[in-house]
Design a protein around this ligand. Structure first.
Ligand SMILES: [Zn+2]
Length: 462
């Protein structure tokens, strides 16, 4: 490891923090497209700022139509390594104790929207390149730092850039976590729908639950008519949601509310699904129209407490990527019309088509329909490649921590990039409140990241 680089990074921490604070001050949330600025004014502004700083450091920069910027270590030469970060951020949201777009330092932590995702890591990459340059270390291969501005809204920036330019054969993105994420499960989002005859005196009138498709829903509610307290209490108990449910009487109607626990759709077993809990209970009621029958059918496909797709007959798992997971995340039902949105993450041993066929079959058997569907295949970069082995070793050497490859259920910025992996910048076991109030990166981790990236560049491009 290079002592000169280490000293340089340590000595330049204040400058790194200054640069990060300049970037955080630009609220680069996707905005309305204006001519020449497809993601709005602020995203164009943050890109311009970053490229200006990189150019002042002596790197060759290029702005690709305000979608993507490139920063090359050498003015010419095809790059053999690409590093990918994004400068757009998600909206601030509520709950901040400090101003989200004015970086605040306290107790060694830098608070602000984008500090960890992904402006902080981007600053670390830039200073890693600067450290190598200023320390006079010669690389025999070029490095291209690629900064995008639409990661948080579907990565259309990269999809566009891939059509304009060839990506380097090896790409890592510090937009995930350490050590090396080389496998990302496939992802499916879809909708189940059904209709039934209603109008009975004992019936489900309406039901709703969940707000976003990629999370375990933490609350759900329904209004039913004609059921006695005993029927309702017993149904809740048999559904296993006795502790989670509350009832509110309103004449012969009852409003049922179920409180669960939220979790990311890629790790649904960590949550308690309020929607499937509610459906399980409604399916245990016996009405005099078809509404309760329909919830019985839905619950048979998505039972409360199940997250592996067993009842949908799509369960699968393999050693490298783990098990398939599914979440019924959004429910909407009114006057005999039901729709449910779901999120599925599937392992390497399955394909979008195979899971889709399984779903169609399972839904049809319950007289339900797959009414909307989109899917992305899994991503894998070989753990045995020199590239991945080098990154893994760099992390181990710089941090002294155990390294290796990991598979995740979520998708990162390199999901559609062949030979791409996520490498940092969050450390295992740390929660830097990405996408939440109080997002931060610690000054210590800034230094460590810059050292890791510099070391990775040197070893991969020497
Ligand atoms: Zn990100």
């Amino acid at each position: 490891m290079n002592a000169e680089i280490y000293n340089y990074v340590d000595a330049n921490l204040t400058k790194m923090i200054g640069t990060l604070s300049e970037l955080v001050a630009i609220p680069s949330v996707k905005g309305k497209a204006v001519p020449g600025k497809p993601y709005g004014e602020e995203c164009a502004k943050v890109l311009d700022k970053m490229l200006g700083i990189a150019s002042s450091f002596g790197f060759r920069t290029e702005n690709h139509k305000n979608r993507v910027g490139t920063i090359d270590f050498y003015p010419d030469g095809e790059p053999s390594l690409g590093i990918l970060c994004h400068l757009d951020v998600v909206p601030a949201g509520d709950g901040w104790k400090t101003p989200p777009f004015s970086m605040f330092m306290s107790g060694g932590k830098l608070y602000g929207r984008g500090t960890m995702d992904d402006k902080g890591p981007a600053v670390c990459v830039l200073y890693a390149m600067k450290a190598i340059k200023d320390c006079g270390i010669k690389l025999s291969k070029n490095v291209r730092f690629i900064v995008g501005t639409d990661e948080e809204n579907g990565s259309s920036d990269l999809a566009w850039y891939k059509k304009q330019a060839k990506l380097p054969p090896n790409v890592f993105t510090p937009d995930g976590s350490y050590p090396v994420i080389n496998i990302e499960k496939g992802m499916i989002r879809g909708e189940i729908s059904a209709k039934c005859a209603v109008g009975g005196t004992k019936s489900v009138i309406s039901a709703t639950g969940g707000t976003v498709i990629n999370a375990v829903p933490e609350s759900a509610s329904a209004t039913v008519v004609g059921f006695s307290d005993i029927e309702l209490t017993l149904a809740a108990k048999n559904a296993g949601i006795g502790q989670l449910v509350t009832f509110k009487k309103d004449g012969d109607k009852t409003v049922i509310t179920v409180k669960g626990k939220s979790a990311h759709a890629s790790t649904p077993a960590e949550g308690i699904n309020a929607v499937t809990g509610l459906c399980s209970m409604l399916g245990r009621l016996y009405g005099d129209d078809e509404s309760t029958v329909m919830f019985r059918s839905l619950s048979a496909l998505f039972p409360f407490g199940e997250t592996d797709g067993k009842s949908l007959k799509i369960a699968a798992s393999d050693e490298k990527s783990g098990a398939l997971t599914e979440v019924l995340s959004i429910l909407s039902y009114s006057k005999g019309t039901l729709t449910g949105k779901f999120d599925i993450r599937f392992p390497l041993c399955r394909s979008v088509e195979r899971v889709k066929t399984g779903l169609e079959k399972a839904f049809a058997a319950k007289n339900m329909e797959l009414s909307d569907f989109s899917g992305v295949e899994p991503h894998e970069t070989s753990a045995d490649s020199e590239f991945v082995k080098t990154l893994s070793k760099v992390y181990e050497d710089v941090t002294g921590a155990r390294s290796g490859c990991i598979a995740i259920g979520g998708g990162t910025y390199v999901h559609d990039i062949e030979g791409g992996v996520a490498f940092g910048a969050e450390f295992p076991g740390e929660d830097c409140k990405i996408h939440s109030a109080g997002e931060f990166i610690s000054a210590e981790r800034m230094k460590q990241n810059a050292k890791i990236f510099a070391e990775a560049i040197i070893r991969l491009c020497k």
